[in-house]
Design a protein around this ligand. Sequence first.
Ligand code: UDP
Length: 459
Amino acid sequence: MDTAELEVAAETTRDLLGPATIWHVNSTAAGGGVAEILRSLLGYSRGSGLDTRWLVVAGEERFFQVTKRLHNGLHGNEGDGGPLAGAERDHYSAVLAAAADGLRSVVDAGDIVVLHDPQTAGLVPAARAAGATVIWRCHIGTDESNRLVERSWRFLARDVRAADAVIFSRASHVPPFLRDRARIIPPSIDPLSPKNIELDDPSILAILHRVGVVAGSPLSGWARFVDRFGSVRSVESVAEIVRDGPAPDADTPLVVQISRWDRLKDMDGVMAAFAAAVAPATGANLALVGPSVTGVSDDPEGAEVYHDCVERWRALPDAARGRIQLVCLPMADLDENGAIVNALQRHAAVVVQKSLEEGFGLTVTEAMWKARPIVASRVGGIQDQIVDGDHGLLIDDPTDLDACGAAVCTLLGDPSLADRLGRAARQRVISDYLTARHLVRYAELFADLRTGEAMAAGC
Ligand code: UDP
């Protein structure tokens, strides 16, 4: 999209909303995709002259235990297996009652309140009572409902039914009882964030050399990147890397999957497919990359999945093991982490996202933006982003290791195909998945809701 479209949408929304404020409410200021998206959206929205603000709901351990159960349930997963009954409901409501007081003290009639995910769903009635137009946005979901999905919806239904509109990333995530008010708005990436901003080749190599993923070359210079405040900084940290021998040199084609250490991302499957089919047939190396698992107290599963992956790597035959590295990225400085992810994605000869399930799949969007050739599973939002053979190659059965290995070999062996897919992928992101487009979609929803309100009021 061009900037003129954004300017028109911003002007229309300014006229429509007058002095009203747009409030976004979630439960964390940093960490996780929602916080990352909100940070960018807020910048663009306020820069467009819209009074947009962000509130964070304070919770505590038991509250987040309950909301994590809701979260896992909406993904169709058991999670910690705990109940979601009357006691949990009472605790959830009690914590949000305090947040509701805070919300009522700042929200005026006519404002727009966008509540994000199950953690804030219980605030819908309070925001309505304050006279605001209320939107609840659900960033998670699964294509196939089951009893756990239904259990979470039973918990949330009364609150979210009271919203004027609900937003989902995919149509298949919308439960039947919300279809009358659902809008599909996919997430977006910020082209100017450290993770996505342009990086020149010397900086890419210098960053990868600095963190230890690629061997140094005479070209290796200053590992510089632009942080989110616009300052030029350098990557100082190193990654924790499990590898046999020295880092591959810069000319070795690198196949990369970047994911949280989560079983549904199937890092093991990528490793097995690479070892069986790609290593014997090509000169490529593989990097499996995720966040550091040391000191991350709230994600014990991440450490477990990573350690299992290391065990499987150790059990590989020498020849394959020597071509694979497991990389844990430093997370203390999120801008620096973003710059490292950026460099890895730009350096990758092929990006893989072999998820067994996926909500939307921002790692895919990020790689598409960088015009990378991609091999990904045909699951969740990945299939909304990639048309097989046009913007990347999709694996129909996400457990099919042969198909995954063959697709990676195809892209490594056919640079003109890789180039064509990468260019088309970037164009798709430009037209559909950048922050400016996201803002226009919100503006359209606000306009529809205001028109509906005016009609209901008989104006
Ligand atoms: N990510 C990161 N560092 C890592 C691994 C992942 O910054 O070491 C980021 C990745 O770039 C993406 C997000 O985490 O922006 C993952 O989002 P996605 O939608 O792909 O999957 P999710 O983790 O939400 O299931």
